[in-house]
Design a protein around this ligand. Structure first.
Ligand code: IMP
Ligand code: MG
Length: 187
């Protein structure tokens, strides 16, 4: 039987390793927003962040609202630079609301750089970002996430929500995709 793991050349993070990174991020958020007196909104960026969001929200001790946006900047393994909003955040007011954007991975930084500006303009009290993974070596704009599970080298990774052309999101751990899988598709 063909399995998704046949397309990987290595495992970057096991399920246990991911769990401890999620716990670390949740405890940093609990510490930082303790006694804020404002509403905390966890804003999941679809679709890649959906698994991280589900785990992160369960690990927080403080109350948090959740919502979703969908943006698109990617095709295959390369970012297009321009960010399109496919599903917007519809709230009558963001007054008294601290937003944490929940992302799977920061790469060029275009998506989060754009979104943080956009949400500030919409009137949020504050906008921060929590990402499970960060690939700073690929940055094209100056952007540093506020909460990071782990900084990783420049590999194309899949699983735990992360995809290549919509595949592999349902792997429970994070693997490194064999380069021939995406190089073949480019030839
Ligand atoms: P950025 O706008 O270039 O920072 O792109 C961020 C988005 O690109 C992430 O939310 C992912 O959807 C996608 N992305 C970046 N690197 C990877 C990767 O290694 N695997 C899967 N998706 C990735
Ligand atoms: Mg994404």
């Amino acid at each position: 039987m063909y399995e998704m793991k046949d397309d990987l050349c290595g495992i970057l993070l096991t399920e246990d390793q991911i769990e401890s990174l999620v716990k670390k991020v949740a405890s940093e958020i609990d510490r930082d927003y303790d006694g804020s007196g404002r509403d905390l909104l966890l804003l999941c960026i679809l679709k890649g962040s959906v698994v991280f969001m589900g785990d992160l929200m369960k690990k927080l001790k403080r109350p948090a609202e959740i919502d979703f946006m969908k943006v698109s900047s990617y095709s295959g393994t390369e970012t297009r630079g321009k960010v399109d909003i496919i599903l917007d955040l519809h709230r009558s007011s963001l007054h008294n609301t601290d937003i944490i954007i929940v992302e799977d991975i920061v790469d060029s930084g275009n998506t989060l750089n754009y979104l943080t500006g956009y949400l500030r303009l919409k009137g949020a009290e504050s906008v921060r970002c929590a990402t499970l993974l960060d690939k700073p070596s690929r940055r094209k704009v100056n952007f540093t996430p506020d909460y990071t599970g782990m900084v990783i080298p420049d590999h194309f990774v899949v699983g735990y929500g992360l995809d290549y052309n919509e595949k592999y999101r349902n792997l429970p751990y994070i693997g490194i995709l064999k380069p021939e899988i995406y190089l073949e598709a480019h030839n």
